[in-house]
Design a protein around this ligand. Structure first.
Ligand code: SF4
Length: 232
């Protein structure tokens, strides 16, 4: 199922920040203004759905984890509504069931942030922290939000595996690592190695991908089975 490519231009991620380096910012402000289109969409959704989270969705899980899952962006009625990545929509049903199966989460997923579910040696974030219209962030928005992804990665000292869900997450993660996309093209099941860190590619676990057969639960489980084996 997998191809392993070794990325040679490793910028040396994982090294501690140099003395005097500015503190890395992993979470944006609630009213982050960097993407005007997304900020306007956020405001419109706040006005319409006052009880929803409607803010940049923070990462979920322990920074000491060895595994980081990078999704695309919050779903309108999923993470944007509940405030926890992949919580409340179809993508979360498959993701959390798979994480529980492979020991990366424990508890019972009930599609709400107070369901008591915890991640085990695992963290979840998104390439873009604010919900985009039609689930489609613009290139400039992906770029604007990348510093938060870079900081998230840089502040995980034990990180060994990143699972990128979809091409956008894959490409933004590569750039966050300071790597060229041509060195590691996206393909479901591909594994790219940069020093001690491995990047695992998966199709996104969206309803569209599973309904159309692009991604089956078996295909999705195989990614996490491989991560589990490689961490042993
Ligand atoms: S997507 Fe990221 S950079 Fe853009 S407004 Fe939201 S938090 Fe800020």
């Amino acid at each position: 199922m997998t191809t392993i490519s070794t990325i040679k231009n490793d910028p040396g991620r994982g090294l501690p920040p140099a003395a005097g380096a500015p503190l890395l910012r992993t979470e944006p402000d609630r009213n982050c203004p960097l993407c005007p289109r997304l900020a306007a969409f956020r405001e419109a959704t706040r006005a319409r759905e006052a009880k929803w989270f409607n803010s940049p969705v923070p990462s979920f899980g322990d920074p000491e984890a060895r595994v980081l899952i990078v999704g695309l962006a919050p779903g309108l009625q999923g993470a944007n509504r509940t405030g926890r990545p992949f919580t409340g929509d179809f993508a979360g049903d498959l993701l959390y069931a798979t994480l529980i199966e492979y020991g990366f989460a424990k508890g019972v997923y009930q599609a709400r942030p107070d369901d008591g579910l915890t991640l085990v040696d695992c963290r979840i974030s998104n390439a873009v922290r604010c919900v985009p219209p039609q689930n489609k962030p613009l290139p400039a928005e992906i770029k604007a939000c990348r510093p938060f992804l870079s900081a998230t990665i840089e502040t995980m000292p034990r990180l060994r595996a990143i699972v990128a869900l979809g091409r956008v997450a894959h490409e933004s993660t590569l750039k966050a690592l300071g790597l060229r996309g041509s060195a590691a093209p996206f393909a479901h099941g591909a594994i790219h190695q940069s020093g001690a860190l491995k990047l695992y590619d998966s199709y996104h676990c969206s309803r569209y991908n599973t309904n159309t057969g692009v991604l089956t639960p078996k295909m999705f489980r195989s990614i996490f089975a491989k991560v589990r084996t490689d961490l042993a």
